[in-house]
Ligand binder design. Structure first.
Ligand code: NAP
Length: 359
């Protein structure tokens, strides 16, 4: 990873201040930036002046930040509507409040908080609107929170808000050995009485069984021949033609929830056609057939716009589950922030478990 420095670049709108007052008002932090959308040599550690928190914001001194497969997809430019380089990756963070901006109530300095942010987790500190900050329950380690917050938050929302799965429900979870897939298994087990089928490699079959799911080896089996027709929901991060196949298994009133298109990037090869096929053939076209089966693409940020209260409710629910030791990834690897490039490389390895960066 290239290490360079952009120290001293003033924040927009501060050009008229004298340089000394900028130094006093801001703090120097290291952040990991994306430099390009290439497959290699795409991250740089930079020192940046973080300005004072603005109105309604607080500065969080970051203790841990999660790394997820979505970070890699976003950096490679395969998720429409996401930031282009240079930006600081990192969908989530946990840390301590260090500075509180004007009019920012509800948090105090020294308090440990967690937040989902669209960008910015890969750094030593970040200014975050206080309405995004949730208190971390006492006694919960920052790494445990960072390892769970994003994956369990999105799985929780899809299971409870989107598909409204209850006892007696039948669901199909693709990539059930992965970060989000495994979260679905644990959260479905907490509902109780949910019948779960999960796709994964054969080596992960026992893991799925141990968590109450019927395993399907996606490398050798056709899941549409294993899962009985008439399920309530399918949760699919694979994309492309996979969406349509998952949809074919639904009962009337059931829902296929696409939430990623991992097949757009396999190894280092991008195939944007897969994304178009998934979106048009798997999401748009099925909506035109009036057979009572639903299909949708879940997006955490869009759901938040439609249901503004959902973010705090659902993140609080996940933090509560983590505090009670009821959920958490099967394995966690902690790396220093400066090794973000190694974390990205690990994302490409099968069975990588959850990766967490600590500044
Ligand atoms: N929509 C949103 O708002 C939102 C927000 C955040 C993240 N996301 C998305 O969530 C996804 C994150 O996935 P993740 O972190 O769970 O990934 P992950 O931990 O890398 O796991 C992916 C899993 O998929 C399995 N897999 C690979 N190919 C498969 C196939 N053809 N069929 C079925 N399973 C297959 C692998 O199983 P084996 O190892 O057993 O082979 C692996 O365990 C990304 O697509 C990201 O974009 C969406």
């Amino acid at each position: 990873m290239v290490r360079d420095s952009v120290r001293g670049i003033p924040a927009p709108g501060r050009a008229m201040l004298d340089p000394l007052s900028i130094e006093e008002a801001s703090m120097l932090v290291r952040q990991v930036h994306t430099r390009n959308q290439d497959a290699t040599d795409f991250l740089a550690v930079r020192e940046t002046e973080l300005p004072e928190p603005g109105p309604g914001e607080a500065t969080v001194r970051i203790e841990a930040a999660g790394v997820s497969y979505g970070d890699l997809l976003q950096q490679r430019g395969v998720i429409p509507g996401t930031p282009k380089p240079p930006y600081v990756p990192g969908f989530d963070l946990v840390g301590k409040v260090e500075r509180v901006g004007p009019g920012a109530g509800g948090v105090h300095t020294g308090q440990r908080v967690a937040a989902l942010v669209r960008v910015g987790g890969y750094g030593e500190a970040l200014n975050v609107p206080v309405e995004r900050l949730l208190p971390v329950p006492d006694g919960v380690e920052p790494v445990s929170v960072a390892a769970a917050s994003l994956n369990y938050f999105i799985a929780h929302q899809m299971l409870h808000r989107v598909a409204r799965i209850e006892r007696g429900g039948k669901i199909l979870v693709h990539g059930a050995s992965g970060g989000v897939g495994f979260a679905f298994l644990q959260l479905a087990a907490l509902i109780g009485g949910v019948e779960v089928w999960g796709t994964a490699s054969a080596m992960n079959a026992d893991l799925l069984r141990a968590h109450g799911a019927t395993p399907i080896d996606y490398r050798t089996e056709d899941f549409t021949r294993v899962v009985p027709r008439g399920i309530d929901a399918a949760f699919d991060p694979v994309g492309g033609r996979h969406f349509r196949a998952s949809h074919s298994l639904l009962r009337r009133g059931g829902v296929m929830v696409g939430y990623g298109q991992n097949d757009v990037l396999r190894g280092d090869r991008k195939n944007m056609l897969v994304g178009a096929v998934g979106f048009l053939g798997g999401i748009v076209l099925p909506k035109l057939v009036p057979d009572g089966r639903r299909t949708m693409f879940y997006n955490a940020w869009s759901l938040e716009k439609a249901q503004p209260h959902a973010y705090r409710e659902d993140l609080a629910a996940v933090l509560g589950l983590v505090a009670r030791g009821l959920v958490g990834p099967k394995a966690v690897t902690v790396l220093p922030l400066a090794d973000a490039a190694e974390a990205f490389a690990a994302l490409r390895e099968p069975g990588h478990g959850k990766l967490v960066l600590t500044p």
